[in-house]
Design a protein. Sequence first.
Length: 108
Amino acid sequence: MARDRMGIPPLPAPSNSDVLLYTSDDELMETSIRNIAFLRRNPPCWVTPRKETGCLPGVMRRWLLEQGRIVEASEGELSKRDIVDEEVVLIFNGVEGCRWGRIVLTST
């Protein structure tokens, strides 16, 4: 439904576009088919939504956490209101591996 609202083709149609999913408290969770991490904190590190948001605890996410390549967010650290247009993000899943993404904010 989220993909449809944004005019993104349903799966399995190939698309470089995706949508961010978030909780009723506006905490970020994941995309429709990938986990995500944002560059945050000082010194900068990749921060992924906490598992309590209901995000998929995927294989790649777990591996990146175990390897110390990403860290899990604290409560309220990754909020919908903190997303920046054109922000570079790390997106990943067990099928595609890791790759860069870019946030494109819309008015919808």
